[in-house]
Design a protein around this ligand. Structure first.
Ligand code: ZN
Length: 467
């Protein structure tokens, strides 16, 4: 950095201290490590400063000062992202919403909650259940991730098949634009046909169009007991048929429909306490299915009857029904072996989406192509198939000397030929920016750039991310 620009940065940090107070601006060693990278393990960098505003007005003041100075700002939530979207460079200023947290209002008549961006997802979930409701959003990072980050990245997670993604939970939103202007649309109405739906621009834009400060979220009636089953199937056609049979019978009482291909299933099983499959034989596909209706008295009879019928009809080859919470946990442990990936391999992770009907063919073609190109490769396929979301993990250790970028490019090129999307739920951030044109047309990208230029003409908000 030149002397002139470091003097300008120092002047700006002085003005920011005057606006936010000394404890609202951290520099040097006072910046905690968790502000330096996210869960991707992206090379950590200490930003030039970390801002900790305590209100929407303080976010606005901070952005107005940075805008005037032409200073880049990187918004940060709980830093649990998987695409590098909140990682700041050394010459950028990070802005964390951590101190602007808490539930401002719960409106039982409207079934809504008004939450500040820095509220952790878990705190919001607990506040909802304290008054007999449930949030439609849940993900593994719930204890650390924040509502603002969940919305900025349009997080997916565990309840998408039942209640949709983060985008679907939002009735009202407040965001601060790069200039410091506050755009407040904190409505509690489901129906609101009054022109452009501006809130949806900020949801999923990963902090490139504005900084989300508050949101009005829908509250749902709580789900009753969860009934869990692991089933074995003959092929992908049976998977799709079973999903349709169960959806027709139970609607969105089906709370999970997770598919595991044998490589993934065998790996998951090998890590469990029993280290063996609950089935006597091996099968081409496995599904972990959860039923959670609204009736708290539901004993799971209807769900097990539907599975028995699918067995009789030959749609399902074998099935194990959890008889207890411990049983259910043991079945989920197979699916949750993904937590062990980072310590047991060099994971090259894909989070892609395809039309549900194409996923089986894509997996077969992808496996064949990987085997032809790199015969020693170990790849694991699994996904939230009810949400059209497939995850693929290739173990980099199984293909020594092959750069991760080569594996990314190879799989993404195939995906593009199937009309798939390079990100289903993790976002674009830094990691997938180069591949965005595989999923979005030149016309779509031009429209995105026009929106970015209109809302952030100096390009100070999270530059280098998304587009
Ligand atoms: Zn996922």
């Amino acid at each position: 950095m030149s002397d002139a620009s470091s003097a300008a940065l120092e002047g700006l940090i002085c003005s920011l201290r005057a606006a936010l107070g000394d404890d609202g601006v951290r520099t040097g060693d006072a910046i905690p490590e968790h502000a330096m990278t996210d869960w991707t393990g992206h090379a950590p960098a200490r930003p030039a400063a970390l801002l900790l505003p305590r209100s929407t007005a303080e976010v606005a003041r901070a952005l107005a000062l940075c805008h005037e100075a032409g200073q880049s700002v990187v918004p940060q939530g709980g830093m649990t992202g998987l695409a590098g979207g909140a990682v700041a460079r050394a010459d950028e200023i990070a802005l964390s919403l951590a101190r602007f947290a808490g539930i401002e209002d719960i409106d039982e008549a409207s079934a809504t909650m008004t939450a500040r961006a820095g509220t952790t997802l878990q705190a919001a979930q607990e506040a909802a259940s304290a008054v007999g409701f449930e949030l439609g959003l849940d993900l593994g990072a719930r204890g650390s991730c924040q509502i603002g980050g969940n919305l900025a990245t349009n997080a997916g997670g565990n309840r998408v098949i039942q209640s949709g993604t983060a985008r679907d939970q939002v009735l009202g939103l407040e965001a601060v634009l790069a200039s410091g202007a506050i755009l407040s649309s904190m409505t509690k109405m489901t129906k609101n046909n009054t022109g452009y739906d501006l809130k949806q621009l900020f949801i999923g834009s990963e902090g490139t169009l504005g900084i989300i400060t508050r949101a009005v979220l829908r509250l749902n009636p709580p789900r009753g007991r969860r009934h869990t089953a692991l089933v074995a199937l003959d092929g992908y056609d049976a998977v799709v048929k079973l999903l349709r049979v169960l959806s027709a019978r139970f609607g969105n009482d089906i709370g999970a429909f997770e598919i595991m291909w044998p490589d993934f299933f065998d790996f998951g099983v090998s890590l469990t306490a029993q280290a063996r499959s609950p089935f006597a034989s091996a099968y081409p596909l496995y599904a972990l299915i959860e039923h959670a209706g609204l009736d708290p008295e539901d004993d799971g009879e209807a769900f097990s009857a539907a599975l028995a019928q699918a067995l009789d009809a030959g749609l399902v080859r074998d099935a194990v029904l959890a008889q207890s919470v411990a049983d259910a946990r043991a079945l989920w442990a197979v699916r949750e072996c993904t937590a062990e990936f980072p310590s047991r391999m060099d994971p090259v992770n894909f989070d892609v989406s395809l039309p549900i009907g194409f996923i089986g063919r894509f997996v077969d073609a992808c496996r064949a192509a990987l085997d032809a190109r790199w015969p020693s490769n170990r790849a694991y396929f699994f996904g939230h198939i009810g949400d059209s979301n497939l995850h693929v993990t290739v173990d980099g250790h199984s293909v020594p000397g092959v750069a991760h970028d080569d594996i990314y490019g190879f799989v993404y090129d195939m995906l593009a030929s199937y009309g798939g999307s390079v990100s289903a739920e993790h976002g674009i951030g830094l990691l997938k920016r180069a591949y965005l044109p595989l999923t979005r047309s030149p016309e779509e990208l031009a429209a995105m750039r026009a929106i970015k230029a209109a809302l952030d003409p100096k390009g100070i908000l999270n530059p280098g991310k998304v587009i």
